[in-house]
Design a protein around this ligand. Structure first.
Ligand code: NAP
Length: 322
């Protein structure tokens, strides 16, 4: 359904990868901006964005892109946000809203805010939505539907600017919540950053074993391992920057995780079946509540198609089991 209310006249997108190109597509589909100006670091990406026709104008520099823009969204790896803010600062329009989409918020606020002039509203954002693919071809307008977008406005940001950006994200079908940058970083360290660290680790451990197992690790990579490989195929630049930028919160969560692994290790070593059963029962309930909150599909095998297999022979979703 098209939302016809224009929220910002001119949108400038700096970086047009998975997230930037999804925003461009969604903003155009919903009619919430009149005009989209885009730029990317490389000539190749700028050329591709022009070919895709997802922006009205593709320009060579960030400084040029933000001229007269009412909303500027920086959609690049978090480690590069400070340099871009320094470049665009002097060219921003008075009253413009500046935002980003970075997966870490404390470092983005620290790196960007000092370069933004008075009279510009800074509303950092993190759409908690994505895939393991990158680049302007990877984006799609529906990426944000029913996903959270977390806003972390620094103290003193005008509530009107926050509400306008919230309306922009809601028009894409996203649910919006506001919190402090520090709180965001702590929550995401456990829900997103730690799982990626575990995936990168386990895929590496299994791959190292390929000689010992005569490649059986890869051959039989069904179920859990296959899902880890999907997560571990995410963009290395993006994830390098996330771990560098959210170091303290990730180390804190890693410490807690290690303690929990020790608990399981002890139960296995002692043959403590009751402890294992109780831990697994408790953890399975967490999966159910994620499905109940609409954050994932209850369909078997995450809804992957199983050609030739009648649907009713598949295992039934947890929710139906008991
Ligand atoms: P992407 O598809 O890899 O696109 C990254 C964009 O940033 C490209 O346009 C790239 O330009 C540009 N870029 C890369 N390094 C740069 C630098 N040093 N200076 C200026 N521009 C640079 O990445 P993405 O998935 O859209 O992620 C963008 C941001 O969204 C990141 O901060 C990430 O943390 C956040 N995020 C990602 C996800 C996800 O699942 N992917 C989810 C939520 C938030 P070129 O193409 O010209 O190199």
């Amino acid at each position: 359904m098209t939302n016809k209310m224009v929220l910002f006249d001119r949108l400038a997108l700096i970086g047009v990868g998975l997230i930037g190109s999804s925003i461009a597509r969604a903003a155009r589909e919903q009619g919430v901006v009149k005009e989209i100006v885009a730029t990317a670091r490389s000539e190749a990406t700028r050329k591709r964005v022009a070919e895709l026709g997802i922006a009205d104008n593709v320009v060579a520099t960030s400084a040029e892109a933000v001229k007269n823009a009412d909303l500027v969204i920086v959609c690049i790896p978090v480690g590069a946000c400070g340099a871009v803010a320094a470049e665009i600062g002097p060219h921003l329009k008075l009253g413009a809203v500046v935002s980003d989409v970075g997966s870490v918020k404390g470092s983005v606020v620290r790196d960007m805010a000092p370069h933004l002039p008075a009279g510009v509203e800074f509303v950092p954002a993190h759409p908690v939505a994505g895939t393991e693919y990158s680049g302007p071809d990877a984006g799609f307008a529906e990426l944000f539907v029913n996903r959270w977008c977390i806003l972390t406005p620094p103290e003193g940001t005008s509530p009107e600017a926050v509400e306008r950006l919230a309306a922009f994200w809601r028009s894409f079908g996203a649910k919006v919540e506001t919190m402090t940058a520090d709180h965001h970083d702590l929550v995401l360290a456990v829900t997103s950053h730690l799982p990626h660290l575990i995936a990168y680790t386990i895929v590496g451990t299994a791959f190292e074993l390929r000689e010992v197992t005569q490649n059986e690790v890869l051959k039989f990579s069904a179920g859990g391992f296959r899902d880890f490989t999907r997560i571990a195929s995410s963009d290395p630049t993006m994830w390098r920057d996330i771990f560098l930028a959210n170091k303290d919160a990730v180390l804190e969560m890693l410490g807690r995780f290690s303690e929990d692994v020790s608990e399981l290790t002890r139960a296995i070593r002692r043959g403590d079946g009751d402890a294992l059963f109780n831990i697994f029962t408790e953890r399975r309930a967490i999966r159910r509540s994620i499905v109940a909150l609409g954050q994932d599909s209850a369909t078997p095998d995450f809804g992957r198609p199983h050609p030739g297999l009648p649907a009713d022979t598949l295992p039934r979703p947890y929710a139906d089991k008991d």
